[in-house]
Each structure stands twice: as structure tokens, then as C-alpha cells.
Design a binder for this molecule. Structure first.
Ligand code: HEC
Length: 266
């Protein structure tokens, strides 16, 4: 069915009207203007209300202040709030982060959660048993959070470093990060650099950003363990490596030459 000419003109007008009106009504999002905003529901916008942390003439608190926020009356029951019981939600995936966060708030083991036993007294050795899984976790976290600056090998040659990041990211293979007599080599010091960042003692300027928001205490110790692996790997020789015969012969196995039809050996 084809629309009659008057109907077609009508449709065209409606479409044109919509095209003109839509931008006029919506304005351009993000543009700044001094004009009063258009109010579509003025009674909702303009209803009397008190903003939090502001002052009111309406009532005075017992302490003489005029805060808009009032102390709840005695025996007030907070609505829609319940205390969180981690045992009750042990098997719920959504509760995992809450449970971890709660545990870290309640944590009393300073050595484990701060890397220090007292201010500026860093633990020398990771206060946990280092396992293969932990090193693997450390590798993952290191590759997510650290390689951009410190490089995959930890030598300070990450992409961001090569582009001229200032200050120059540390070469974690430098002996000052492995010689136990040095403060910077203490496991606890590395842990605190990862979680809290590194700051210039005199000016307070940031030298390395903090990664505590993305690296939990467990992960930070795992990263320290992985840095120790990177350091040890630098000086390891094939002969000194403690390899089983099977692994050794697998590594020494020469690659068979590719068949001639595939273009020969690379
Ligand atoms: C945005 C770049 C950047 C990222 C990402 C980064 N670092 Fe750093 N890091 C630096 C810089 C820059 C320095 C050296 C600062 C200086 O010497 O003034 C440094 C220094 C260090 C040091 C030496 C601290 C000392 O005592 O001198 C350690 C250890 C370290 N980083 C570990 C890490 C680990 C582990 C990660 C990942 C969780 C990480 N960094 C992520 C930039 C970065």
C-alpha cells in the first residue's frame, strides 16, 4: 500500500519536526551553558530538601550546632542494613571480596599486613611459606602490575621506562635489591613499596605509584617471591640448575630439521 500525498506530507513534517526538536530539547551533552536548565518535573527539582552536611535554621542540636543531619533517636532500627556474617556466606562467590576486606581490617599480624614489625622496621623474609602456586600467583600479578615499568625480567626496561618514565624505574636485578645487608633488599620493604608506593623522604614527591588497590597482601608477598625468582634466574647456569635427567635431556634435545618441502631448517 502506498501512502496518499497528504499523508506522506504529514509524515514528512512529523519526521522533520522530530529532527529539529530532538537536539533543541536535548541540547548537546557535555556543553556548558549559563542558561537555566530546562525543568521537566519542576515540583521534583524544587521541593524543599536539606543537603547533607549543610546548615538549617529549622532546629538546633543539643550541642548547639545546626547540622541538617540529625542523630537517630534511641532504639532507631536502621533499615536495610544487616551485619555481615562471613561464615554464613562462605560459599557465596559475591561475598569473597567482603570477606577478604573484612579480614584485612581485623588483621592484627603487622608483619604480614604491613611488612613491618614497627614503623620503619621491615621484616627480612616473607612471613609465609613460599610454594610453587604462590610464585605462579606472583608471576601473574607482576606481569599485570609491574612489567610496564620494570620489564618482564625485572631489569627496569619496561615499555613505559623505555618511553622515558621519570624517575627511571628501578632495575630489580641490582644487588641493592638482593644483598640482605641493604634496607631496600628486605622482603618487607619490597612489600611496602608494592602496596604503599615509594615516596621521596624530603620532598614527599611520589617516586613509584602505590599498587595496594590492585595487589592484595597475599599477592604482594607472592610478587616479592617472584622477584626473588627473577633475581636468582639471572645468575643461574644450565649446569648449576637442579634439573631432573628427563628435563635436562628434553631441553638439550636438538630440533629435527624441517622437511625440505617446508623450506628447510630456520
Ligand atoms: C608506573 C611505573 C611503575 C610501575 C607500574 C611499578 N613501578 Fe616500581 N618503581 C618505579 C620507579 C620509577 C621506581 C624508582 C623510583 C626511584 O628510584 O626514585 C620504582 C622502584 C621500585 C622498587 C625499588 C624500591 C626502592 O627501595 O628503591 C621496587 C622493589 C619496585 N619498584 C617494585 C615494583 C613492583 C613489584 C611493581 C608491581 C606491583 C612495581 N614496582 C610497579 C615505577 C614503577
Amino acid at each position: 500500500m502506498t501512502a496518499s500525498p497528504p499523508l506522506r506530507t504529514g509524515l514528512l513534517l512529523v519526521a522533520l519536526g522530530a529532527a529539529v526538536l530532538a537536539p533543541a530539547l536535548g541540547g548537546c551533552r557535555g556543553d556548558r551553558t549559563d542558561a537555566r536548565p530546562r525543568q521537566f518535573f519542576p515540583d521534583m527539582d524544587d521541593q524543599p530538601k536539606w543537603n547533607p552536611q549543610s546548615e538549617t535554621e529549622f532546629f538546633v542540636h543539643q550541642d548547639g550546632t545546626r547540622r541538617t543531619q540529625r542523630t537517630p533517636d534511641a532504639n532507631t532500627v536502621a533499615f536495610a542494613r544487616r551485619s555481615f556474617n562471613p561464615e554464613q556466606h562462605a560459599s557465596d562467590a559475591w561475598a569473597k571480596d567482603y570477606t577478604l576486606e573484612r579480614a584485612s581490617f581485623l588483621a592484627e599480624d603487622d608483619a604480614y599486613y604491613t611488612g613491618q614489625t614497627a614503623p620503619d622496621s621491615f621484616v627480612a623474609v616473607i612471613p609465609a611459606t613460599v610454594t610453587r602456586e604462590m610464585i605462579e600467583l606472583g608471576r601473574q600479578s607482576f606481569e599485570i602490575n609491574c612489567v610496564a615499568c620494570h620489564g618482564y625480567k625485572g631489569d627496569g626496561q619496561g615499555t613505559v621506562a623505555k618511553l622515558g618514565y621519570s624517575p627511571v624505574p628501578a632495575n630489580l636485578l641490582d644487588p641493592k635489591f638482593s644483598d640482605p645487608s641493604q634496607r631496600s633488599a628486605k622482603d618487607g620493604h619490597m612489600f611496602s613499596v608494592i602496596r604503599d608506593g615509594l615516596w621521596n623522604d624530603n620532598t614527599g614527591a611520589n617516586r613509584m605509584p602505590a599498587y595496594g588497590h590492585n595487589v592484595s597482601p597475599d599477592e604482594a608477598w607472592a610478587v616479592v617471591a617472584y622477584i626473588r625468582v627473577l633475581q636468582a634466574a639471572q645468575n643461574a647456569s644450565f649446569e648449576s640448575a637442579n634439573l631432573s635427567d628427563a628435563v635436562r635431556s628434553e631441553l638439550l634435545r636438538t630440533r629435527p630439521a624441517a622437511p625440505a618441502s617446508e623450506g628447510g631448517a630456520p
